[in-house]
Design a protein around this ligand. Sequence first.
Ligand SMILES: Cc1cc2nc3c(=O)[nH]c(=O)nc-3n(C[C@H](O)[C@H](O)[C@H](O)COP(=O)(O)OP(=O)(O)OC[C@H]3O[C@@H](n4cnc5c(N)ncnc54)[C@H](O)[C@@H]3O)c2cc1C
Length: 335
Amino acid sequence: MGQREAIREFRFLGPICRRIKASPFKRLVFHSPDLRETAQFACRKIVGHIVRREEFDTELLRAAEKAGAETHLGRKVTAIESGEHQMTAVLAGGHRVAGRILLGADGVHSAVARATRLRTQWPLDQLVVTLSKTIPLTARQRSSCFGDGAIHVALGFGQAPGYAWAFPGAAHASIGVGARGWDGQQLRPLYDAWVSGLRAKGFLPAGVSTGNPDGGAVPAGAALEFESHVGKRVILIGDAGGFASSATGEGIYPAFQSASIAARCVLKALEADRREIKATPCQDELQAFQHLWRQQMAPYLQTPNVNLAFLLPLIYSNQEIADRFGRAFLFGENL
Ligand SMILES: Cc1cc2nc3c(=O)[nH]c(=O)nc-3n(C[C@H](O)[C@H](O)[C@H](O)COP(=O)(O)OP(=O)(O)OC[C@H]3O[C@@H](n4cnc5c(N)ncnc54)[C@H](O)[C@@H]3O)c2cc1C
């Protein structure tokens, strides 16, 4: 799921979403933890898009290449070498790629974060662990199971510190559960219960396989706990830097935002390097990333500042509160 703010802010995303036939949605249905009650948040305008990550990521890669990026696909970075004037990524097979600045954008298990010691491991409570499955849907199954394509969320499902979801795309649905600080074994019964609940509610086509879910992790809100995202000639962005919403785990939009802020800092740093401006050396320009991301992103990444246990049960009887939860969930607005 990606939200409309991302498309507004990053213009190249609109054409990509059109090319891959991203599935827009206007409605979010909240299910109570016992799946007995529902509440909804509906908008006249599109509030977000469901994409298949393989297609979306392939298009992003193409766009980057078109803009001049040199890519080395299928080769893992195995080591990072840090020099006075340059950083070098050593790829599997020994090939080396050097540059003056390194952006660590290598996801939640970032090798760059570990190699530069900006983060060695995640404290458990900073990760939301997930079990999920992508199931194929024919056009008929999609319309009989998901109607207008609304997305479904059960906050606090099974009393876990997280939520369960079902997001229908154009020809698939992503279903899954996530909980903060849990592990895959604890999650499995929750996943099975969610699948049973979805079947009982008619959201899963008969006979569809939901076994062998994929494990994942999202560093939800973890950026806020980082001492620093900036090392010598290095900045961590995206999941590598913990840039995902604490409330929803949404990380695509914050990955773009952190990348965009970092890119502006890097341009200034390269200029400082080139002109050898002694008063504003390269590192100072990179260091600016620290306060810029906090200024622009911290409110979006933060956990809602209200007593959720008190408010959440009210959304099923009070439309105003359901709307506030909808806006908080989809747009990161404060509750
Ligand atoms: C189950 C699940 C569902 C999610 N749903 C949503 C959602 O609906 N909406 C949303 O906004 N976010 C969602 N997220 C979060 C979102 O996926 C991430 O926040 C986002 O992908 C972060 O982007 P990134 O580019 O930082 O990292 P990634 O997308 O993880 O990309 C990192 C890249 O680095 C590469 N890499 C890693 N290590 C190395 C290495 N050593 N050498 C070379 N390359 C390497 C990887 O192959 C990958 O291509 C979800 C996450 C999970 C786990």
